[in-house]
Design a protein around this ligand. Structure first.
Ligand SMILES: Cc1cn([C@H]2C[C@H](O)[C@@H](COP(=O)(O)OP(=O)(O)O[C@H]3O[C@@H](C)[C@H](O)[C@@H](O)[C@H]3O)O2)c(=O)[nH]c1=O
Length: 392
């Protein structure tokens, strides 16, 4: 169902600069698609780096100035700004990116100014509740609002498409769709899962903890299959390569005793979701894959994006405390200790807590199944954003 709002006077613009990796464009692209699909809004996504975008949207033309995908207009944002910008209802600057000077110069004279929103990073920390929705008055009298994604009723909520769980249920119960997905990845033979094996997706930053865990898995009594989109995680598994191999190759599988590594291509976001749905446990990172792992309803480890002065550990601790509320104390302690060990590259603790977590995996699974409903209780981010605009 489309939750239409009045778009008669224009459209929404989202501006995104890519700091690194895929999270900045990943979040804004996902939001742009949802505003278009679930709310019927015309969205233009301005992005400064089409090369990163191309990795998660292979059909994107990295050389095109303007193009359309999934109903969203995508503009290659260049400096100096060479396109013509038509003011719409709403302008979102993602993650405090600086708007083009040319737009800032036009702004004071605009008769109908768009609602100017800064979409910030996701955090479960308490302070988000006090800052979400606040206006900030700029020296020239312009007003900008801060929109903070978060897990509480007072925050901006979490991005989640309205039909996601319906689609997930449909896919998990449809062998043909699963086969087609594996075919697209070039791994049809994974269609029949090995009994007693554990399937783990890995999309982390380079990590000594991952290296330590891989040694543990190699020596285990049951097979472990790692499904790894080509990228940084593989740097931590180089010990598996034969002397004459210089790098992992997409489409190839590697084995060391009980450990199997399958190197996947990067895919569109919709197919990345399926990887998380398919696996038993997911190791994810950043912001967007972290959230998608929660929507996959499976146990996961979060390799959080490292920040200066270890600020990311406060963010990690705040989320873990929130996520663990319904869990038994012992289960919660083990999961938190494992996540912390992974993020601190504590190799001994990672090897210690992994097997302990497996003893509590049934409870972790039960919790993971219920979690999305609890986390989305007060509405998803796009719904809260649209309501915020309606009130504004
Ligand atoms: C592996 C894979 C990922 N993706 C998508 C899923 C996500 O939208 C995106 C990855 O984004 P993330 O999980 O957020 O991790 P990330 O590490 O890529 O991104 C970031 O993290 C942020 C916190 C930082 O601010 C950013 O600067 C950036 O580093 O890539 C695909 O679409 N296909 C794939 O095959």
């Amino acid at each position: 169902m489309n939750h239409s709002i009045d778009t008669a006077h224009g459209h929404w613009d989202i501006f995104c600069t890519v700091i690194d990796n895929y999270g900045d464009i990943g979040v804004t692209w996902r939001l742009a698609k949802q505003l278009t699909h679930d709310f019927g809004i015309q969205v233009t996504l301005w992005v400064d780096c089409l090369a990163s975008f191309h990795c998660i949207l292979p059909q994107l033309d990295p050389g095109a100035l303007t193009q359309q995908h999934d109903g969203v207009t995508i503009e290659h944002w260049q400096t100096p700004f060479i396109q013509t910008w038509q003011p719409g209802n709403v302008l979102i600057e993602a993650f405090a990116c600086e708007l083009p000077n040319e737009i800032k110069a036009q702004w004071p004279a605009l008769p109908d100014k768009p609602l100017w929103i800064n979409l910030d990073y996701l955090s479960a920390e308490q302070w988000v509740d006090d800052c979400h929705g606040l206006p900030s008055l700029l020296p020239n009298g312009q007003v900008r609002y801060f929109f903070f994604p978060g897990f509480s009723a007072k925050s901006g909520g979490l991005i989640c498409e309205h039909d996601l769980f319906k689609q997930q249920h449909h896919w998990l119960n449809n062998a043909t769709l699963q086969h087609e997905w594996l075919h697209r990845l070039g791994f049809e033979h994974l269609g029949t899962k090995v009994a007693d094996a554990t399937y783990i997706s890995v999309f982390s930053y380079p990590s000594q903890a991952l290296t330590a865990l891989s040694h543990l898995w190699q020596q285990g009594s049951n097979p472990i299959h790692l499904l790894i989109p080509f990228g940084q995680s593989l740097e931590s598994l180089k010990w598996m390569l034969a002397d004459n191999d210089t790098d992992f190759i997409i489409g190839h599988s590697y084995q060391a005793s009980m450990l199997h590594v399958h190197v996947l291509p990067m895919t569109i976001q919709e197919d990345f979701d399926k990887l998380l749905w398919y696996c038993d446990i997911n190791i994810v990172r950043g912001e967007d894959s972290f959230l998608r792992a929660q929507w996959a309803k499976k146990p996961f480890i979060w390799h959080i994006y490292p920040q200066q002065e270890a600020a990311h550990l406060d963010k990690l601790t705040a989320f873990m405390a929130h996520y663990c509320q319904p869990l038994a104390c012992e289960t919660a302690e083990i999961w938190q200790a494992l996540c912390l060990a992974f993020n601190q590259d504590d190799t001994d603790a990672s090897q210690h807590y992994w097997p302990l977590l497996q003893e509590h995996i049934v409870e972790m699974n039960q919790h993971a199944k219920k979690w999305p409903q609890q986390a989305l209780n007060e509405g998803d981010l796009a719904t809260r954003l649209v309501n915020f605009v309606k009130k504004g």
